[in-house]
Design a protein around this ligand. Structure first.
Ligand code: BEZ
Ligand code: FE
Length: 297
């Protein structure tokens, strides 16, 4: 009796996706099934499209191994890889369901530190005295323009040499250019700082090597980071960008959006500078935040 009347299906180039995906158990979580089916489909398509050689695949595996080995408590090279390939911003963008006009997100980046000092309004967070002064102010409102009282603005940025305090421990004062401000009943906030400058993302690891091999620079345009939170509203992780920065349209991690380009103004007004207790000339930027109600999970 012929027990092999139907020949078995072995893996080949034409059926590779179906053969691999057919191995998945019927009990697989449906969302995991959907994602893994697509991973296999697109990975196999990529291999076929570029006719990947064994040497190239081993090079890719060595690269990913190095990315893993570069990760420490302070260095997350896989996030850098995701950021520089535009995946972080894409994942964020397709999951943004806030009403039109609400303040948009940007990348968090690896340099956020929870627990920054809470300061009274107007405090100067630039503790190393470097750079040009900037006065940052604005209002936090809901979409009807009503002020949001008690909103927390957690702010951080690089110093004038393009480094975060955590990258220069022992060189910069602790908590340099970081602080948390709370809006009052009018929803307003203001603080003093130094005008941000462009800087390179950490590029001494495999992701930096990848950028170099692709002829890409590692620079992020000058920006200030914010996390804005208030009870009942969606937390916004975002940045404001300086419009005069040469890298504005070339962010290494694709975090710039038109709505996040700040209206930085250069002021030469000794009287106003004295009133604000900053050196003249100085910069101002007024940036308003519109929060959306918390979205149901
Ligand atoms: C940042 O803006 O701090 C940042 C974002 C993504 C990667 C590296 C740094
Ligand atoms: Fe940054």
């Amino acid at each position: 009796m012929d027990t092999h009347s139907q020949s078995p299906t072995f893996f080949d180039v034409e059926n590779s996706v179906d053969v691999v995906n057919a191995r998945m158990s019927a009990a697989t979580d449906p969302r995991l099934r959907e994602i893994m089916t697509a991973v296999v489909k697109h990975l196999h398509a990529l291999v076929r499209e570029v006719s990947l050689t064994p040497e190239e695949w081993f090079k890719a595996i060595r690269f990913l191994t190095e990315v893993g080995h570069t990760c420490t408590e302070w260095r997350q090279e896989f996030i850098l890889l995701s950021d520089t390939l535009g995946v972080s911003m894409l994942v964020d963008s397709i999951n943004q369901h806030r009403p039109e006009g609400s303040t948009e997100n940007s990348v968090l980046g690896p340099f956020y530190l929870p627990g920054a000092p809470r300061y009274p309004m107007g405090t100067n967070i630039c503790l190393d005295g470097l750079g040009e002064p900037v006065v940052v102010s604005g209002r936090v409102t809901d979409s009807r323009g009503e002020p949001v009282a008690g909103a927390l603005l957690d702010v951080w940025q690089t110093n004038d040499n393009g480094f975060y305090d955590v990258q220069q421990k022992g060189i910069q004062p602790e908590w340099n250019l970081r602080g948390v401000f709370e809006t009052g009943a009018d929803g307003r906030y203001w603080f003093r700082s130094a005008k941000p400058r462009y800087y390179p993302i950490p590029d001494d690891g495999p992701v930096g090597g990848m950028l170099k091999a692709m002829g890409r620079h590692p620079y992020r345009p000058a920006h200030l980071h914010f996390i804005i939170s208030a009870p009942g509203y969606d937390t916004v992780v975002t940045q404001i960008f300086a419009p005069d920065c040469p890298y504005l349209e070339e962010d290494a991690v694709f975090g710039v959006k038109q709505s996040l380009v700040g209206d930085f103004r250069h002021e030469n007004d000794p009287k106003e500078a004295a009133r604000l207790e900053v050196a003249n000339p100085f910069w101002t930027v007024e940036w308003n935040v519109i929060l959306a109600p918390t979205t149901a999970a």
